[in-house]
Design a binder for this molecule. Structure first.
Ligand code: NAP
Length: 430
């Protein structure tokens, strides 16, 4: 009996997941195969950046040319699962029809929208509803900010329609192309490697440094100067105007006072490793105002593996753990995506005996970010892959239970910024 139930559930859930994968595959194909793109282009013609339809006729045409064929394709390949179940597991064949039934709800929605029934637009076209974005792009399911980026950030990314799995597997869950990305600690070992890899992905990089007038990276064996801004700990607010134009801020600066435990070492460690990063993060949050900002802005914070394991440097651990906890607390209701970088020991000025190479670490950070990994772990210590998620879950649950939610994003934003028409004037791709 138990086996029967498990097998039935597996066929049912599996068939639904299957049609979702088919939907995303059809979407990807639509962007690479010209005959399909001619139909799919109607879908891209429909919406303004504020997600209102350009006009009713194009909206309805887009349903017949894109959404209905997509559903028919899902239905066809969904029935294929039923045929397989019929052949190899006849007892579960009816469960295998779940994916097809699920698809029928989308097909009827698309037909109703094509026929011009207004109720169908609101009830069934959930990722294209106009209005302020209340949360950043979600991790596992496609919400409006997630899908908005497919229309107005990069049409060759963010393909998923309901679940984000296929984008995660394809590395299209975050597009770095054309993004303005600023990195602190830019003249350091990891800072420079990050700039290099982000540049290779098509990002416009900005070096934020406390020392060098011009930071250079090496591209094809040649030295390339990048846009460099100098800043100082304690004077973070001077970066306010520059951060307005930044899409992704990577907080990567840090020091390690090694065995020191003087009052001066404590101040330095907390000021540089903890509080300057926290101040910059808050400053960056204050630049998130429009729908476009909510959908595209991000902060990545390099907190280190020291969050969960010894770094044989007490003040380094204390200050990095503090930063890690502050990020966990603030990202519970941050206005944009916040990622943590949990890195093991790599060779650098800060850690001359590190075992990994900064270049490989930077490459893996960028790779995992494009798969929308929110806690990016790069280390040789297998325990961290277990210890960090458990620690993060426990601490964030505790913080959620014993602290209050920030005011709703919409109430925090000036009214003019939340009006649907706003993004229309500021969108890049629109
Ligand atoms: N190396 C490791 O094993 C390891 C492991 C986990 C995490 N991390 C973290 O990775 C990040 C990068 O470190 P790294 O290993 O690449 O070391 P690094 O080469 O020493 O780079 C650190 C950079 O931080 C910036 N910085 C230092 N003091 C500063 C100050 N007073 N004010 C502002 N910026 C300051 C400097 O860049 P500018 O001169 O450009 O400002 C410096 O080059 C750090 O946050 C570190 O904690 C390192």
């Amino acid at each position: 009996m138990v086996t029967y139930l498990i097998a039935t559930t597996a066929w049912g859930v599996g068939s639904v997941l299957w049609v979702e994968v088919v939907r995303d595959f059809y979407h990807v194909l639509s962007h690479y195969w010209p005959p399909l793109y001619r139909l799919h282009a109607w879908h891209h013609r429909v919406f303004r950046p504020n997600l209102t339809a350009v006009n009713d006729t194009i909206y309805r045409q887009a349903q017949w040319r894109n959404d209905v064929p997509e559903c028919l394709f899902m239905l066809l390949l969904g029935l294929f699962v039923w045929v397989i179940a019929h052949a190899i597991a006849p007892e579960q064949q009816w469960a295998a029809l779940a994916g097809s039934l699920y698809t029928l709800t989308f097909l009827f929605g698309a037909i109703a929208r094509g026929c011009g029934f207004e109720w169908a637009n609101e009830l069934t076209d959930l990722t294209h509803q106009a209005g302020p974005f209340l949360t950043p792009p979600s991790r596992w399911s496609v919400n409006r900010p997630y899908h908005w980026r497919h229309h107005f950030d990069n049409q060759k990314a963010y393909y998923c329609g309901t679940l984000t799995l296929v984008d995660k597997l394809m590395g299209t869950a975050l597009s770095l192309k054309g993004k303005t990305i600023a990195v602190t600690g830019a003249s350091g070992t990891l800072g420079r490697s990050l700039l290099q890899h982000l540049h290779a992905c098509g990002a416009k990089v900005i070096a934020l440094t406390s020392k060098e007038p011009t930071v250079t990276i090496t591209v094809n064996g040649e030295s390339l100067p990048v846009k460099t801004l100098t800043w100082q700990v304690g004077k973070e607010s001077e970066l306010a105007a520059d951060l307005e134009k930044v899409d992704i801020l990577i907080l990567n600066h840090g020091i390690n006072v090694q065995g020191s435990r003087t009052a001066e070492a404590i101040t330095l460690s907390y000021e540089i490793n903890t509080f300057s990063s926290w101040r910059l993060m808050e400053l960056f949050f204050s630049t998130v105002r429009t729908n476009e900002d909510v959908a595209t802005k991000e902060v990545w914070v390099n907190t280190s593996e020291a969050e969960v394991s010894p770094a044989f440097s007490p003040l380094y651990e204390l200050s990095k753990r503090e930063l890690g906890d502050l990020v966990t607390l603030r990202r519970l209701d941050a206005p944009c995506v916040v990622r943590k970088l949990i890195l093991g020991p790599f060779k650098s000025n800060l850690n001359p005996i590190g075992v990994m190479s900064a270049d490989k670490v930077a490459k893996q950070i960028v790779n995992l970010a494009t798969r929308d990994v929110r806690n990016i772990i790069v280390t040789i210590n297998p325990l961290t892959f277990l210890a960090f998620p458990i620690k993060e879950l426990c601490v964030s649950t505790y913080f959620k239970l014993f602290s209050r939610k920030a005011a709703n994003l919409t109430t925090a934003l000036p009214q003019s910024e939340t009006l649907p028409g706003d993004a229309a004037t500021s969108s890049k791709a629109g």
